[in-house]
Design a protein around this ligand. Structure first.
Ligand code: SF4
Length: 224
């Protein structure tokens, strides 16, 4: 784990690199649309989800439209997002729940959100942060990998990483923190071949420290 000084340094670098980082799923102001996009984003790129939903959410603008659809027909329309049968089931079953029990409105508490099919902690956090502006860290694959490499967390388990990030950073930074770590994971700290030589976080990054110390036979700045 990093020291407070190193955490502060890394945060300032991320802030400088990605001052305007935001959710890369399209957000048109409709909470239900983000809910659908979030379900579709499992093991799929946000770019593909945005492409598919550009037409899908015109055809099905609200929960009542999805609630009446068959899983087979919806599955065909979202096939390119992958896991389409499970996602079609989750979207239709969730829409039916929203219509019958929630007046078509997305609920604003985590416990209720997590009762919807296809909705786990990550999606619940996304909805809480983006829709209700409630501090929450969304730990997706990029965020988790980057947080672990830099040394914000020593774990690779999303729930542990989330907890560690919540300990390292003040509540007011939680939403932005997730977006900045995702941006860094797409730009410099890719899963394969992270660009450590070109990364300004390198000075405190535990992954880079261990990698380059091993290669150079020296200890990296900031770590003993
Ligand atoms: S130094 Fe390398 S591993 Fe560390 S954050 Fe930068 S790109 Fe990722």
């Amino acid at each position: 784990m990093l020291t407070d000084t190193q955490i502060h340094f890394a945060w300032k670098v991320l802030e400088r690199l990605y001052p305007d980082a935001e959710c890369s799923l399209d957000t048109d102001g409709d909470p239900f649309h983000l809910f659908v996009r979030a379900i579709l984003s499992a093991q799929c790129t946000d770019k593909r989800v945005n492409e598919v939903t550009a037409t899908l959410l015109t055809e099905y603008p609200d929960p009542s439209a999805f609630a009446k659809e068959s899983e087979e027909r919806l599955g065909e329309k979202i096939r390119t997002c992958g896991l389409y049968r499970a996602k079609a089931h989750a979207i239709i079953a969730s829409s039916q729940m929203l219509v019958t029990s929630f007046g078509g409105q997305i609920p604003s508490d985590r416990r209720t959100l997590e009762t919807f099919p296809g909705v786990g902690r990550k999606i619940a956090n996304l909805i809480l942060g983006e829709v209700f502006h409630e501090p929450a860290v969304v730990v997706d694959t990029h965020c988790g990998r980057v947080a672990n490499r830099i040394g914000f967390s020593g774990s690779t388990v999303p729930q542990v990483i989330e907890k560690d990030l919540m300990t390292c950073f003040p509540r007011e930074d939680w939403i932005t923190l997730g977006h900045r770590l995702v941006a860094h994971g797409r730009t410099l700290c890719m899963a394969r071949n992270p660009n450590c030589p070109g990364c300004p976080v390198r000075e405190v990054c535990i992954y880079a420290c261990s990698k380059f110390s091993d290669a150079e036979g020296t200890s990296h700045a900031g770590h003993s």
